[in-house]
Design a protein around this ligand. Structure first.
Ligand code: SF4
Ligand code: SF4
Length: 447
């Protein structure tokens, strides 16, 4: 079986958040970049993987390089990740000659795929395009570990999730795919506040969920972070504005200062992503062409969580406008790159620590070492994985499954993935969003 087939059979998708199926991504290119620049404040799972599995990561990278004849491989990580850099350097020295390490400052969003490409190569991926258009493939570092495991015949059935914030024991949880947010919180000693809400992912880009949702929220292959916060924490409250409120604010108090645009990382690599114009266009009812900028937004949150002096929500506006345009079948039209916009970018990097301070996250650890194993008695396996095609169920209620059995999937030719049972047990529910499996023993365990 070739590498792509092994990766497909193991159900590997991008672990960095997008969830794109990896077997549809790997190909012959000029440059392979490994994204090891974990940049969301408080998240520490990729760093743990780098410290703990450097040999496996480098083995995977070497295998990709040799399979596709890729002439250049660069691992992009942070300069201040000293232990991780050392681990990778040692592994490269032993088994991965010729692999470069590119060390970044600690800014957000250094781990944005297109920002990382710009940092390493000075190239801008065309607006609305993908790295392949400039001869580059980017693979997240945890995805690289999963590729290594795929070559050993091991499917993606577990992952490491950073569980932090208002929990008794912030830690990395080694959990089966599909463990619920409630199980992950329990593994970290339980929540220490009531009522609470969670951020699923990092504080900048993660989705917010209320306490009532955590029991039904299965963590998927691309989910690496869970932050518990008081329900009235500013980070939670800010995201709960109804879209009507966001629009009314744009109409009434947007001062068109354009700071949101000046600080936008996509604008600063040369894309015509000008959130102030989107705000103005919605406020005045002008529509296109300015509205079309919203299609270029990567939803990093800089504009609304850092730049805007009025506390407005250009990102929320972009998400709203993007949804509207896509429902009308409107795609990116102007794919011109504007190199003149990149001149100021070196002066507009935002230190991760400033985001931590601004959003009152400074009481929570930024480095985690302790790993807790979570063995729940029930998992919810997601059938949707980010931008990939949803997986079709291949089991029915009452079927018995063992760890590693395929329970849902797509064909190899499709941009989706196989889903494997992550615990042994009985299928208790199947719908178009989830497959629920209950452990055969019925006894969950956290150690
Ligand atoms: S930074 Fe805020 S106030 Fe200024 S243009 Fe952007 S949305 Fe409007
Ligand atoms: S969220 Fe804001 S800062 Fe980030 S890409 Fe979108 S418009 Fe730019």
């Amino acid at each position: 079986m070739g590498l792509l087939e092994q990766v497909f059979e193991a159900g590997v998708v991008g672990a960095g958040g997008a969830g794109f199926p990896t077997h549809k991504k790997l190909t012959q290119v000029d440059l392979l970049i490994v994204n090891a620049a974990e940049c969301e404040p408080l998240l520490a799972s990729d760093r743990y993987v780098m410290r703990t599995f450097p040999d496996q990561i480098i083995d995977a990278v070497v295998q990709i390089r040799e399979t596709f004849g890729i002439p250049r491989v660069v691992i992009g990580t942070k300069r201040h990740y000293a232990a991780e850099v050392k681990a990778l350097q040692d592994a490269i020295g032993q088994r991965g000659g010729g692999i470069e390490l590119f060390l970044l400052d600690s800014f957000y969003p250094a781990g944005d795929e297109q920002v990382l490409i710009y940092e390493i190569t000075g190239q801008t991926v065309p607006p609305g395009g993908i790295p392949l258009q400039v001869g580059i493939v980017v693979v997240n570092v945890t995805t690289a570990l999963n590729i290594h495991r795929a070559t050993q015949g091991k499917p993606v059935t577990r992952h490491y999730v950073t569980v932090t914030g208002e929990v008794a024991q912030p830690c990395l949880v080694d959990a089966p795919i599909g463990a619920t947010a409630a199980d992950l919180i329990a593994a970290a000693g339980g929540a220490t506040v009531e009522p609470y809400a969670i951020v699923r992912g990092g504080p900048m880009m993660g989705r917010r969920h209320g306490q009532a949702e955590v029991a039904g929220l299965g963590y998927g292959k691309a989910d690496g972070g869970l932050i518990v916060l008081p329900a009235d924490h500013p980070l939670i409250q800010f995201s709960q504005k109804p879209i009507e409120h966001v629009i009314n604010q744009a109409k009434s108090i947007c001062i068109q200062c354009s700071l949101c645009t000046d600080m936008c990382p996509r604008y600063l690599i040369g894309h015509q992503m000008r959130p102030h114009r989107v705000m103005r266009s919605v406020a005045t009812g002008q529509g296109a062409p300015d509205l079309l900028d919203a299609l270029l937004c990567c939803e990093c949150g800089i504009c609304e969580m850092y730049a805007c002096p009025m506390g407005l929500s250009p990102r929320r506006m972009n998400i709203y406008v993007k949804g509207m345009l896509r429902s009308q079948g409107v795609g990116v039209q102007d794919k011109t790159v504007h190199p003149e916009q990149t001149r100021e970018r070196d002066y507009r990097h935002i230190a991760q620590q400033r985001l931590i301070d601004r959003w009152e996250l400074d009481g929570y650890p930024t480095h985690l070492d302790q790993v807790v194993t979570c063995e729940p008695d029930h998992v919810r396996l997601a059938l949707r994985h980010g931008v990939g095609k949803p997986s079709a169920p291949r089991v029915a209620v009452g079927d018995k499954v063992a760890v590693g059995d395929v329970v849902a999937g797509v064909d190899f030719s499709e941009a989706g993935c196989l889903v494997h049972a992550s615990i042994g047990g009985v299928v208790t529910s199947v719908d178009d969003g989830w497959i629920d499996v209950a452990a055969a023993t019925g006894a969950g365990r956290t150690s």
